[in-house]
Design a binder for this molecule. Structure first.
Ligand code: NAD
Ligand code: SER
Length: 316
C-alpha cells in the first residue's frame, strides 16, 4: 500500500488533491495536514503540522511513515508581497525541513513551483523549460530557490524529489491569495451578481489550468518512471492562456448579461506583467506524457455548474 501525506492540505489545491489521493490509494492511506487542525463533515480530518517546526515534522512523519509527501504548504504571491519574511520562512524554511525529513526517512517529495519562478527578463511567449529566472517577488525568489534545493537533494542525497511549475489554477475551492485568483473570483461573481470587477487589466494574459488537470499532473508525475525525468523538479505545465476579457466572453456564452469592469490593483498588475504569457510544456509532454484534458470551454461549463451547486443559485 502506498502511504501518502499532504501538507497545506486545507488550501486551494490540497482540498482537491486529498480526495483524489483517497480515491487512488484508499482513505486510510492518506494523511492530510495543515497549519491548524480541522474537522469538516464529509472531508478527511486535517492534522496540525507547521512546516516551519522541524521537531513537529520529525514526530508526525515518523508516526505516519509515508512513501510520498505532497508538500503544498506555502504563502502565495500577493500574500507573500505583504509578508515577505514570513513567505521566506514558510516557502523556503518549510521546504528545507521537508527535504531534510525526506533525506532521513526516505520518502518521495512533490513540491509545486510556479510561473512565478520566472521574471520580467524571461522570454514571455512560449517560455522555454530552461531559461532566465530572475523573479521580482519574494514568492518567485522562494520558488526558484526551492527548485534548486530540490535538485540539490536529488543529486547530492538521492532523494526522489519531483515538481511542476503550475500556472494559475481555476477551481471552485477558494484560492489562497495569489495574483491569478481573479480567474476563480470571476465565476462566483458571475453566478451571484452577474458582474465582476477585475483587479487585473482586461488584456493581461497568463497561463491557467483547471483543477482536475492540476491534480492529475501531480499524481502522474509522482507515478512516472523516475529514470525518464531529466527536469524532475520544475516541469513547465500549462493548459490554456487567458485574460480577464477572454474569460468574461466564455462566461457570456452561458450568462449573456454578464459584465466585466476593472479596477487595477497596481501590485498584482505589476506581478502579472512580470510573469510569462505562455509556457512551453514540451519537456513534461516528452518525459512523462503530460497533456491537459480541459480547455476554456470545458472549464467554464464545469466551473459554472460547480459554483451554482455550491452557492445554490439556479441557472439563468
Ligand atoms: P493555498 O494558499 O490555497 O494553500 C496553502 C496552505 O498552506 C494553506 O491551507 C495554509 O494554511 C497552509 N500553510 C501556510 N503556512 C503553513 C505552515 N507554516 N505550515 C503548514 N501549512 C501552512 O495555496 P494553494 O493554491 O493550494 O498552493 C499549493 C502549492 O501550489 C503552493 O506551493 C503554491 O505555491 C503552488 N502553486 C499554486 C498555484 C495556484 O494557482 N493555486 C499556482 C502555482 C503554484
Ligand atoms: N496562482 C499563483 C499566484 O498567483 C501562481 O503561483 O500566486
Amino acid at each position: 500500500m502506498t502511504r501518502v501525506l499532504v501538507t497545506g492540505a486545507a488550501g486551494q489545491i490540497g482540498s482537491a488533491l486529498v480526495p483524489a489521493l483517497q480515491d487512488a490509494y484508499g482513505e486510510a492511506a492518506v494523511v492530510a495536514t495543515d497549519l491548524h487542525e480541522r474537522h469538516t463533515e464529509g472531508a478527511a480530518p486535517v492534522h496540525a503540522l507547521d512546516c516551519t517546526d522541524r521537531d513537529q515534522i520529525t514526530v508526525l512523519l515518523r508516526r505516519h511513515n509515508p512513501d510520498v509527501v505532497y508538500h503544498l504548504a506555502a504563502l502565495l504571491s500577493a500574500v507573500g508581497e505583504r509578508h515577505p519574511q514570513r513567505a521566506y520562512d514558510v516557502n523556503l524554511g518549510g521546504l528545507f525541513n521537508m527535504l531534510e525529513a525526506a533525506r532521513e526517512q526516505g520518502f518521495a517529495l512533490f513540491t509545486p513551483s510556479s510561473i512565478a519562478a520566472f521574471g520580467p527578463s524571461t522570454p514571455g511567449d512560449r517560455t522555454p523549460q530552461d531559461t532566465l529566472q530572475r523573479p521580482t517577488t519574494m514568492y518567485g525568489v522562494t520558488k526558484v530557490a526551492g527548485e534548486l534545493l530540490c535538485d540539490y537533494y536529488h543529486t547530492r542525497y538521492g532523494v526522489d524529489t519531483r515538481g511542476v511549475r503550475y500556472p494559475g489554477i481555476i477551481s471552485a475551492t477558494p484560492p489562497g491569495g495569489g495574483t491569478t485568483d481573479y480567474a476563480v473570483e470571476i465565476f462566483f461573481a458571475a453566478v451571484e451578481k452577474g458582474s465582476y470587477t477585475s483587479f487585473l487589466a482586461p488584456d493581461t494574459q497568463l497561463d491557467m489550468m483547471y483543477m482536475p488537470d492540476a491534480i492529475r499532473a501531480a499524481m502522474d508525475l509522482m507515478e512516472a518512471d523516475g529514470r525518464r525525468l531529466r527536469h524532475r523538479n520544475a516541469f513547465n505545465v500549462t493548459a490554456m492562456q487567458l485574460t480577464p476579457a477572454t474569460l468574461a466572453s466564455a462566461i457570456r456564452a452561458h450568462i449573456p448579461t454578464f459584465t466585466l469592469d476593472c479596477e487595477v490593483d497596481p501590485m498584482r498588475q505589476a506581478i502579472a506583467e512580470s510573469w510569462p504569457r505562455e509556457l512551453d510544456d514540451s519537456a513534461a509532454r516528452e518525459e512523462w506524457g503530460w497533456s491537459p484534458h480541459y480547455d476554456l470551454t470545458e472549464t467554464t461549463a464545469d466551473m459554472l455548474r460547480l459554483v451554482r451547486e455550491r452557492t445554490a443559485t439556479p441557472a439563468h
